[in-house]
Design a binder for this molecule. Sequence first.
Ligand SMILES: [Zn+2]
Length: 118
Amino acid sequence: MSERQGNGEREEFKAISKIKEEEEYFYKKDLGLIRKMRERADAERRQRELEQRKELHWMRCPKCGSQMHEVELASVKIDRCSECKGVYLDNGELEILLQMQKKHAFLSKLLKESELEK
Ligand SMILES: [Zn+2]
């Protein structure tokens, strides 16, 4: 093998290596784009499913599926089933009702004690 021929093969090898590096670069870039597109599509699908589920179950009784209506209980609006009369409390409503009950119990006790003093 002549020196000239050896240099040619080295140049050809370098050129092939460069092409492989570029292909790998674009392959990885495409994978990243595909992953981002898939994540976006998954997030949109999850959001759609959430909205559909909410629309399907909104103000429906979890036990009998009947329509629920808002009723006021101690100034808290709770959801009550029109059929089985079950009630549903939103997050935090039970705590408000318990606080009001404690306050009421305290006031009742205070009232009873003041009646005893008479
Ligand atoms: Zn019900």
